[in-house]
Design a protein around this ligand. Structure first.
Ligand code: UDP
Length: 237
């Protein structure tokens, strides 16, 4: 395996990847598989920040669609991301990977608050830092949280692990002729409204020159291949 091309990355996983084959919630077996991917990436010498969404448990928009107050529902979504972060912390530590969870909503019985300098120190000591609760404010998503943490932690790239292997000009599940981009620029993603991350996250990455690497996390070993520049991916730059 070639050496990774990055020194420090932020890996964003949507909550859905923790569900495995379940319709909802957390599948510990699947979380363990994800943790093994992260462990392998870390052992290649990388510093890793993690952000996990909450969509496997609760999304604010879904609550609002059923009549809830949007901000209230979003706070519930943020709490869901903390549960996922704790599940991932548990799985990583069972594999012997030291971690810290830092939450944008303070919860001092279960994790640390977000403190950038402390997070730096954790990375220097070889810990994986899991950032929870997004940006800590409603009307945002964990994509924006990921872009924000990638910028403040000066990550070399934001890796977006999803269920598709990159960015296409049409939905590959609907259109067999859809073409995957190897690279694409931020402004095209925004202008064409391509579903990579939400617009505020893409704009934050653009303004801070953080490449977004979109790849499939569903294939085993893919994270390590992508990090070594040998995987199937789209780089938004
Ligand atoms: N959320 C929020 N502010 C944030 C991050 C998340 O309000 O900064 C809420 C929002 O309701 C969102 C939910 O948390 O729907 C779960 O996050 P997200 O939808 O980004 O999870 P993913 O789709 O990545 O699983």
């Amino acid at each position: 395996m070639a050496q990774p091309q990055y020194k420090r990355v932020l890996l964003k996983l949507s909550g859905e990847v923790l569900m495995g084959s379940q319709p909802f919630g957390i599948d510990p077996e699947f979380v363990a598989e994800m943790a093994a991917e992260v462990k392998a990436a870390k052992e290649s010498g990388l510093e890793i920040c993690l952000v996990i969404g909450g969509g496997n448990i609760f999304r604010g928009m879904a609550g609002a669609a059923k009549g809830m107050d949007r901000a209230q529902a979003d706070y519930m979504g943020m709490l869901a991301t903390v549960m996922n972060a704790l599940a991932m912390q548990n799985a990583l530590e069972q594999l012997g990977v030291p971690t810290r969870v830092q939450s944008a909503i303070e919860m001092d019985k279960v994790c640390e608050p977000v403190i950038r300098r402390r997070a730096e120190r954790h990375l220097e000591k070889g810990r994986v830092v899991i950032f929870a609760a997004g940006v800590g404010a409603p009307y945002f998503t964990t994509d924006s949280g990921a872009a924000l943490r990638a910028a403040e932690m000066r990550c070399d790239a934001l890796l977006k692990g999803t269920s598709v292997d990159g960015v296409y000009n049409a939905d590959p599940k609907q259109d067999p002729a859809a073409k995957r981009y190897d690279t694409i620029d931020y402004d095209t993603v925004l202008a064409d409204n391509l579903k990579v991350m939400d617009a505020s996250a893409v704009a934050l990455c653009r303004d801070n020159k953080i490449p977004i690497v979109v790849f499939s996390i569903r294939e085993r070993g893919n994270l390590a291949r992508v990090l070594a520049g040998q995987g199937v991916q789209t780089i938004v730059q």
